[in-house]
Ligand binder design. Structure first.
Ligand code: 6PG
Length: 231
């Protein structure tokens, strides 16, 4: 786990410096789940934190549960506790899903927020410098779960998700908002952070190109994917 955290933190740091050097800003999407926590904490180490251009970094979340911001299952809360509360990032650089609204409305607002990123670029879809993602034992990533309609959403950048009762995660927050493949697959770089023996089967399905594995459909059109995996 330590090794995964070190490598992930170092990838974030180097991509941040590179993007800010080249384009004046770094567009970063954080993953939820437990695996990235130590990596986020690593980024707050004294040796690193002061040397990174957090003020030129814009943060988004790949998905969110429709729970209040201070809820134990809120990805925003996790990101704040492990990372954002400990770095010098202007609050307006942090873009969360507004879970105060209904899932439909929150997704619409998040979609609009993502589209604003393109206003000065002439693009239609924002191009994130780095998107961090996780992998669930059922091969879901972000809140792109197997066999749900959002997998085929080619219109929106963010969309509401209602987990069917049988889904993994259904016992937690049933309703979520997720980034869609449309924005994920437009990224420059995607890094999956995967830990745990329970991910072996999902990893194999992705490797074999199983079309029912949502994580396997993460295929950037002009970017690269890296897998950081520990047992
Ligand atoms: C979430 C994530 C989800 C997660 C995977 C892996 O909010 O839970 O968006 O896609 O990344 O389920 O979670 P772990 O890192 O906890 O294994």
């Amino acid at each position: 786990m330590d090794e995964l955290a070190d490598r992930a933190a170092s990838i974030v740091a180097s991509n941040m410096r590179h993007a800010v050097g080249r384009r004046g800003r770094f567009l970063l999407t954080l993953s939820g789940g437990n695996t990235p926590r130590p990596a986020y904490q690593r980024l707050t180490d004294e040796s690193l934190v002061g040397s990174l251009p957090w003020d030129q970094t814009l943060i988004y979340l790949g998905d969110e549960r429709m729970v209040p911001c201070d809820h134990p299952e809120s990805n925003y809360r996790m990101a704040c506790e492990c990372l954002l509360d400990h770095v010098q990032i202007p609050p307006w650089n942090v873009h969360r899903v507004e879970t105060e609204f209904t899932a439909n409305e929150a997704a619409r607002l998040y979609d609009e927020d993502l589209r604003r990123l393109t206003s000065d670029t002439g693009r239609v879809i924002p191009r994130f410098d780095l998107i961090l993602l996780g992998l669930g034992p059922d091969a879901h990533t972000a809140s792109l779960f197997p066999a749900i309609p959002v997998l085929d959403n080619q219109k929106d950048l963010a969309a509401p998700v209602e987990l069917p009762d049988s889904s993994e995660g259904a016992s937690r927050a049933q309703q979520r908002v997720t980034m869609t493949y449309k924005v994920i697959n437009a990224a420059r770089r995607i890094v999956f952070l995967v830990a745990g023996d329970d991910k072996a089967e999902a990893l194999q399905r992705v490797e074999e190109g199983d079309p029912s594995a949502p994580a396997g459909r993460v295929k950037p059109t002009d970017g690269d994917v890296q897998w950081l995996v520990v047992n």
